[in-house]
Design a protein around this ligand. Structure first.
Ligand code: ZN
Length: 297
């Protein structure tokens, strides 16, 4: 059976795998993100080793940190474009992989690809409109809308929406280099650490940090629910592993919506409506394999 390659390219680590589905992963590797040459080089070397064992992969799917160019008809398709990450701006990521391996390459944002993985095999199976939001080093959202991954003009940047902030209750100005106190500036892992002078992993569940974190994330979810009308919201990323955070977000989201959206999915079944990824920390790399599969169909 033909195999596919998947790359989950994060700003801090890369995950590469070869296989066809969650129960058929033949090989997987994780390594830190350094320079583009070294990191993409390691991914290429991994696939070359695997191809020597299993034969040529049919296609490679990439879910990348960004901003990226996901439009196939654009001259910079498959590029990481204007990223502030040092050394990575204007990197022809998909092109390098395609050239080295000589196979078709499909390319999208890390969060769109994670959404695709959850739709194919995880918490959003059978749905056509849903959201995958990651809350970690950064905040980003991928959306499936009417069965297609949403790109639009470039691609959504859900981490950079602006939220009301009460400086009396939260004097922290945020850390987004572009907007200060946008969602990512206020609620990413590094924002939590800077505001409280301690990483989230060292803040106990009863610490006020979590009430505030749930407040910002629930406010963002209300905006996304009112804009996209998702049938489900999947919350992934390192920050979401804080004990008790997910139930707090559910409770606040329902409270802030205040019965306005009259759907039992939200009013009665919030536990399944706002949920953790069913694929755990593999939504991205499995989604990349799903993207490669779709690409060849
Ligand atoms: Zn921002």
């Amino acid at each position: 059976m033909a195999l596919f390659g998947g790359i989950e390219a994060g700003g801090t680590k890369f995950v590469c795998a070869v296989g066809t589905a969650p129960d058929d992963i033949r090989a997987e590797i994780r390594f830190p993100t350094t320079t583009p040459e070294e990191t993409i080089g390691r991914a290429i070397a991994f696939f070359q080793e695997q191809q020597a064992i299993y034969g040529t992969v049919q296609a490679v799917g990439i879910g990348s940190f960004g901003p990226v160019d996901p439009h196939p008809d654009s001259p910079t398709y498959g590029y990481i474009t204007t990223t502030p990450k040092p050394g990575w701006a204007n990197t022809p990521f998909a092109g390098w992989i395609k050239e080295a391996l000589g196979v078709p390459v499909a390319f999208d944002t890390d969060v769109n690809v994670a959404a695709l993985g959850e739709g194919m095999w995880g918490a959003a199976q059978g749905l056509d409109t849903f959201l995958y939001l990651t809350v970690g080093t950064g905040i980003g959202g991928g959306a499936m809308v009417n069965g297609r991954l949403l790109h639009g003009l470039l691609h959504p940047e859900m981490g950079h929406i602006l939220l009301p902030r009460d400086p009396q209750k939260d004097p922290y100005n945020g850390r987004c280099p572009y907007h200060g106190d946008c969602l990512e500036g206020l609620a990413s892992g590094p924002a939590i650490a800077e505001r409280w002078q301690k990483p989230g992993t060292e803040l106990p569940p009863e610490h006020p940090a979590w009430e505030l974190e749930a407040h910002y994330l629930a406010t963002a979810l209300v905006n996304f629910i009112c804009t996209l009308s998702p049938q489900r919201i999947i919350l992934g990323g390192g920050v979401m592993s804080a004990p008790g955070l997910l139930p707090r977000i559910r409770q606040k989201t329902t409270a802030y919506l205040n019965q306005y959206i009259q759907s039992p999915a939200i009013t009665k079944h919030t536990d399944t409506y706002i949920t953790a990824p069913a694929l755990g920390n593999k939504s991205g790399v499995l989604g990349a394999i799903a993207l490669a599969k779709q690409h060849t169909q």
